[in-house]
Structures are given as C-alpha cells and as structure tokens.
Design a binder for this molecule. Structure first.
Ligand code: C2E
Ligand code: CA
Ligand code: CA
Length: 567
C-alpha cells in the first residue's frame, strides 16, 4: 500500500489531510515538526511526503533540503504545502527539490490527484531501481548493486564495516562449456550457481553476478582468515558436478581476494586488485589467492602506453568518429555523437574504453576533453557552413563537472569556434551528480542558460533518480545500451525501456535509445514512442568525411533497412 507522510505543525491540517488520504486508500503517518518528519522518513521510508512549508523551528524548505541530500531518502517525492498567497514559498520549495505543491485551503480532488501523480512517479522509480540492480538470468544482484554496496561499506562509519573483503570468482573454461553444449546449457549452469554460492555465505553478505561467468562477493566485517575460509567454502560448493539435461560437467573456479582497507580504500582499486588476485590464482591453479603487490607487476606495456597518451594528445594522434542519432519520427539524422579514438603509431587504433579510464587517473582527461570539444565544435561549424544542419554531442567524464573552469572554457570554445551554443549537447552520466551535487547542478544550470543542451547518458545503470531529472536542466535521457540490446527478446528489459520512455516524456525530455542493433529492436522502440535511436543498425561511428554522404543517403531513403551494412 502507498504510504504517505503528512507533516504540519497545525494538528487540524494533519488530521484533515490524513483523513482525505485514508479515504483514498492511502496508508498515512504523521509528524508535527521538521526533526520528527526526518526521523519518520528514515524509519518508515514513505512513498510520498506532504510537507508544510511554514513550521516553527526547522521549516519545510530546510526539511526538503535535508531529504534531498540523503541518497536513500532523495527519491521520495515531496509535495510542498503552502498558503495560497505565498507564491515565493512555492518557488523556494521547488528549488529545494520538491516534486510538486498544493495550497491551503485544500481542494481535496487536487490533493488526491497530486498525491497520485507523485506516487506513480515513485512507483516508476522503484521499479527501475529493482530492475536495474538485479541480474535477470540468475536473479542475483548485478554489478551496479555490488558497486553500490561497496561504496556504502567504504563510506560507512559502522564498526562492522571497519574492514571487509571483496572476492571475485570466475569460472575456468566456461567458454568451452558454452561452445560444446550451447548457450542454453551454459545459462542453466549459471542459474544453478545462485543456490550453491548462497549456501557458502552469511545472510548479510552480497553475492552478485558481474557479467558472463564472473561473480563478486562482498563480505562485511570479514578479515583475511575469514575471507580465505569463505573462499574455501565457495570452492567446495562448486565441486559437485553440474547436471543439466542428463549431462554432467565439472567446473573449475578461481577466486581473487582483496581486503579493505589493506589493499585499497576505494571501490575501483579494490575491484582491480581482486581481479589481479583472481588472475594470479588462475595462473597458479590455486583455487584462491589473496592480493599481493607482486602479482600485479602493473603490466609494464600498459603503463608506457598511457604515458604515450600525453604526447599523443599534443601530436595529433587523437581522432573523432561521429555516430548518427536518428530521429525515429522522420528517420532523419539531426545530431551525431562524437566518440574519440587514439591512433597509436605502434599499436594502431585504440578504443576509448582502453584509455579514458586511465586518462582520468593520470589527469590527462582535461586536455583530452578540451581537444574533443574543440575538434567537434570546429567540425560542427564546418558542416553548418556546408549547409548540413547537424548538431554534435560530446561526452564528459563525471569529474569534469567538478572542474571550476569547465563553464568558462566551454563559453570560450563556443565563441572561438563560431558554433551556436544550441548545436552542442553534453552527455553526462548520473554519477556525475553524486560527489558534489550542488556544484554539478550549478555548472549545468549555467551551461544550459548559455543554450547548451544536456543529456543524461547510460540512464538506468546508476542511481537513477527521478528527482534529479526533474530538478535539472536536462533535455535528453539516453537509455543505456544494456537494456536496449535484448529488449526485443527480454520482457524485463522492454519494460525498463518503456518505463524510461514514459517517464522521460512526462518530464518533457527527449528519449534516446542507444545500442540498437537489429530491426525488431528498431520496430519496438518506434512503437513505444522513443524519440531518437542510435546504434549499429543505423550506422557505426563514422569518420567526419563520411558524414555528408550518410546524410544524403539517409534523407533519400526514409527506410533504415540496408544502412547498417554500409560502414
Ligand atoms: P557511450 O557514451 O555509451 O557511447 C556509445 C558507445 O556505444 C560507443 O562506443 C559506440 O561505438 C557504441 N555503440 C554504438 N552503437 C552500438 C551498438 O549498436 N551496439 C554496441 N554494442 N555498441 C554500440 P565507443 O566509441 O567505444 O565509446 C565507448 C565509451 O567511451 C562511450 O560510451 C563513452 O563513455 C566513452 N567515450 C567515447 N568518446 C569519449 C570522449 O570524447 N570523451 C569522454 N569523456 N568519453 C568518451
Ligand atoms: Ca555517450
Ligand atoms: Ca551511453
């Protein structure tokens, strides 16, 4: 049942609202001041909060602010209650992150409709959150979920989290099983892993499927010897052969162990080191291994490669490819996404996944971003001059929003390139909002005020939050590739995509589906009302020189069929 928290210092108002809401079938809880409201929100996790603005002591605006900085309470929609004549209060409330408002004296039909709308939004949010954090094959938590738990453990000051262990478990020769018996057989084996692994851990441990045949296990409050004992139990649970369709196979397993805080203090380092330990154990066929610095030897080739990048940026080794974003209503391309590549003199073409994360660590990301923006804007201007009205989207890493010079740099680049601000879209991930939301928000607002468009990239993989979107100057959401990929085969994925499309439209945003690879997916997206699509089905990322030709061809033939075959 939908639970509504009603907060007002005037007892009669609380009673009146609670009465109306109970009549509509809502479960209500009541608070008469700010601190009590925060406490109840934490303990009861209501679905909607009705919050009076004018209260003695901590007023509704302050309560709302505090709710919105708490990652757990933040998604709960807040409806502000204000006196009719105090419009400036309403504005302050919405600025503090409120979802909506109602005015006194109450019109019960409006109250009911606004609570219904907020409850629907919360329902959609919860649904996405669940779908986005579980693995559909095994029903286990997925990589996002494990990352969240890891981040919580690292940030927590609870006694039990002073130390913990992260285990990475990888099946040996799983690919052979898939190749020999077929994928459905491999899938059956993976499903069987959930009940087995669960018997080897405690109730509050997290076992997650990270993808393929790789699993991550988080053990709070466990030290080295405890982690080794658990690893041995996990290995024992997988020793018994797997029997599928009368076929019996044995599967070898390797586990790598990283310990907090000994081997790292942040999630990324711990994941990397558990991975290094896992490979060491695979090589040694030892079943499990605890991380040691010697194992990593930090692959010297990779390190020189990255130190080459600094020079590479200056010496013109980077290049941009552009992937069309196709308007599904007209099948026209009005925008392209710029994607960087590195043409290394020795190694050949290197894809961004291979150097962007390292560039971030090496602080090379700033010159790289600058180069990408400069090049993309110059290209965009050149297209416009040639009569091709193409806008361009550029990716930003999350840290860029924390860079205090970002806004002025972009303003300067727009001026010097002669490109109009609304030709540029910046694609950022939701995680960009996490570390310093106020700062990120203000940077986005200033960029948006200049006319630059903002897209939320990889939507659904992080802390998907309705409230963020409602509150931010966002023009576009891009549904993550991982949901789009199998949506024509997988109802859950299709359901997520549909929810995001509806949600995006309710918030007045353009919805983009990325990673469209085939015609059934294209057809389904069109019927669900997605605005824009992007993917190999339409076109791979292309060199700038191929774009005018693509535009010509795609305007001529309105049907996309056959486009995908042309590189
Ligand atoms: P992204 O922003 O999600 O970009 C889309 C990626 O999906 C691109 O990979 C694109 O080639 C790929 N893709 C497009 N259609 C399909 C499809 O139908 N199927 C599949 N499987 N993949 C498809 P790419 O170019 O390798 O870029 C990977 C990531 O690297 C990007 O993910 C983005 O996060 C990052 N990146 C790329 N260029 C830049 C850049 O200039 N700056 C920054 N900060 N990051 C960049
Ligand atoms: Ca992108
Ligand atoms: Ca993306």
């Amino acid at each position: 049942m939908t639970k509504v928290l009603v907060v007002d210092d005037v007892a009669d108002n609380v009673k009146l609202l609670a009465y109306e809401l109970a009549d509509q079938g809502y479960d209500t809880i009541e608070a008469s001041n700010g601190p009590q409201a925060l406490e109840l929100a934490k303990a009861e996790r209501p679905d909607v909060i009705l919050l009076d603005i004018m209260m003695p002591g901590m007023d509704g605006i302050e309560v709302c602010r505090r709710l919105k900085v708490d990652p757990i309470l933040e998604p709960i929609p807040v409806i502000m209650v204000s006196a009719r004549e105090r419009e400036e209060d309403v504005i302050r409330g919405l600025d503090a992150g409120a979802y909506d408002y109602i005015t006194k004296p109450f019109n019960s039909q409006i109250v009911a409709a606004r609570v219904r709308s907020a409850a629907r939004a919360k329902g959609a949010h919860d649904q996405i959150a669940i779908l986005a954090t579980t693995d559909s094959l095994t029903g286990l938590p997925n990589r996002n979920r494990l990352q969240e738990h890891l981040a919580c453990c690292v940030a927590s000051d609870r006694e039990n989290d002073k130390f913990f262990a992260l285990l990475l478990l990888d099946l040996d020769r799983f690919k052979e099983i898939n190749d020999t018996f077929g994928h459905h057989y491999g899938d059956a084996v993976l499903r069987e892993l959930n009940p087995r692994l669960s018997t080897a851990v405690r109730g509050h441990d997290t076992v997650a499927r990270l993808g393929g045949d790789e699993f991550g296990i988080l053990l709070p409050g466990v030290d080295r010897s405890g982690a080794v004992r658990t690893a041995e139990r996990l290995l024992a649970s997988l020793e018994r052969p797997f029997v599928v369709e009368g076929q019996s196979v044995e599967i070898g397993t390797s586990i790598g162990i990283a310990l907090y805080p000994e081997h790292g203090r942040d999630p990324a380092t711990l994941m990397k080191r558990a991975d290094v330990a896992m490979y060491a154990s695979k090589r040694a066929r030892s079943g499990h291994a605890v991380y040691t610095a010697r194992q990593s030897d930090l692959n010297p080739e990779r390190l020189t490669l990255i130190s080459d990048l600094r020079r590479g940026i200056g010496e013109g080794q980077l290049l941009l490819h552009y992937q069309p974003k196709v308007d599904l209503a007209t099948m026209r391309t009005t925008k392209v996404e710029a994607l960087v590549r590195w043409l290394h003199p020795r190694e050949g073409l290197i894809m961004p996944d291979q150097f962007i994360p390292q560039a971030e660590q090496m602080r090379l990301i700033k010159p790289l971003t600058l180069w990408v923006l400069e090049t993309a804007l110059a290209q965009c201007r050149a297209w416009h001059e040639a009569g091709i009205d193409l806008d361009v989207a550029v990716n930003l890493v999350p840290d860029s929003l924390q860079d205090s010079e970002l806004v002025s740099t972009i303003a300067d680049l727009l001026k010097s390139s002669g490109a109009a601000p609304d030709w540029l879209t910046l694609e950022i991930t939701e995680s960009a909002m996490m570390s310093d939301p106020a700062h990120a928000r203000s940077a986005l607002k200033r960029l948006h005020a200049m006319g630059v468009k903002i897209a939320i990239d990889d939507f659904g993989t992080g802390y998907s939050s309705l409230a963020h979107l409602k509150d931010l100057p966002v023009d576009e959401v891009k549904v993550d590739r991982s949901f789009v990929k199998d949506m024509s085969l997988n109802d859950r994925d299709a359901c997520i995509v549909r929810t995001v499309i509806d949600l995006g439209h309710n918030l007045g945003l353009h919805v983009v589906a990325e990673g469209v690879e085939d015609s059934p997916t294209h057809a389904l997206l069109t019927s669900l009302g997605s605005d824009i699509a992007q993917g190999y089905y339409y076109s791979r990322p292309l060199p700038a020189t191929d774009i005018p030709d693509w535009i010509r061809r795609s305007t001529k033939s309105l049907a996309p069929v056959g486009m995908a075959s042309q590189r």
